[in-house]
Design a protein around this ligand. Sequence first.
Ligand code: A3P
Length: 309
Amino acid sequence: AVTTELGKQTQLTEVAGILLQTATVGNWSQIQNFEAKPDDLLICTYPKSGTTWIQEIVDLIEQNGDVEKCQRALIQHRHPFIEWARPPQPSALVLCRCFLSNHFKGVEKAKAMPSPRILRTHLPTHLLPPSFWESNCKFLYVARNAKDCMVSYYHFQRMNQMLPDPGTWDDYFETFISGKVGWGSWFDHVKGWWEMKDRYQILFLFYEDIKKDPKHEIQKVIQFMGKNLDETVLDKIVQETSFEKMKENPMTNRSTIPKSILDQSISPFMRKGTVGDWKNHFTVAQNERFDEIYRKKMEGTSINFCMEL
Ligand code: A3P
């Protein structure tokens, strides 16, 4: 992998046409051979679609609304990230060894976890370890509209020193629509999971719906997880998982990650948390072009996104 003087890893590697982190690809056979269990719940998202948000919601449900129990670990360590593998440690990152040493391979962390396990992935359906399908696990997919996703991913690549530099907004617009970003094309990812939703146990949620009516959407998750919580607990989960609360919460806002990895002075991890920020980034011409591409790429799917609230 190419490393800049700041330790920025600028290379992703392709697997079956999908760009993934080079360390993930290096561990690919172990990831593909991962043994899922029938009582696993897998949180699935395309990057920047509200993964952290749904993780905190799921954890609070699992812990019956006990906020202290959710403080037991950083959010990124609570649910093993199946395809995560420790990146190589260039000399510029020596100071971060302490941080990195807490990062095991996602598959190893998952293996060590007692059941029932809650795991997470950004993998598209065709790259998921086959045992997840064979074990008929529960999948919780959160989709976010492509335009806001693109904006969020752009700012994330600006601040994440482990990902390629996104270039200008105009450059990134082209990169994103061509699918040459980590975890591949938004279009294929969302279409793939949408098409699976009636064949497997998949609760398919939308970021925009959670934003609009968190109580209603969280109730769906509670039911899907087979839990039964009082209305007061549900209200508490709604409050605890608001953007404002999670932005202040050191267990969810990534503030403990060194600046050499996530530079939050460039753009905070908990950036805006809104629907429709794309309007502050897309030019009129880009918007028209995007709508045309969207129409073609999503032709034949029944999925519908809300673009503003
Ligand atoms: P923005 O960059 O648009 O602010 P992921 O966790 O998949 O990386 O997604 C990150 C995106 O989800 C960021 O979007 C972040 O602000 C948003 N997000 C995280 N927690 C949220 C919450 N509680 N409410 C709304 N958005 C949230």
